[in-house]
Design a binder for this molecule. Sequence first.
Ligand SMILES: [Zn+2]
Length: 71
Amino acid sequence: MLKILLLAAVLFAVYYFFFRTKPIKEVKRPHVTPETMDDMVPCAKCGTYVTLDDAYISGGRYFCSTHCIGA
Ligand SMILES: [Zn+2]
C-alpha cells in the first residue's frame, strides 16, 4: 500500500513538473520602431544588454531570451 502511495506521489510530481515548465503565454515582442530598435536594454535576469529589436518583454521587464524569462 505504501508503494502505491509513493508511486502516486512520484507521478503527481512528474505531472506537476511538466505543467510548471510549460512555455510562458504572456511573452510578447516589445513595440519597436526604426528609431528605438537599436536602443540597448539590460536583461532583467542575467544583465546582458540586448537591442530592443532582440529583447523580450514579460511583466514590464526586458529579457534577452525566453530562457531568461523562464529561469
Ligand atoms: Zn538574459
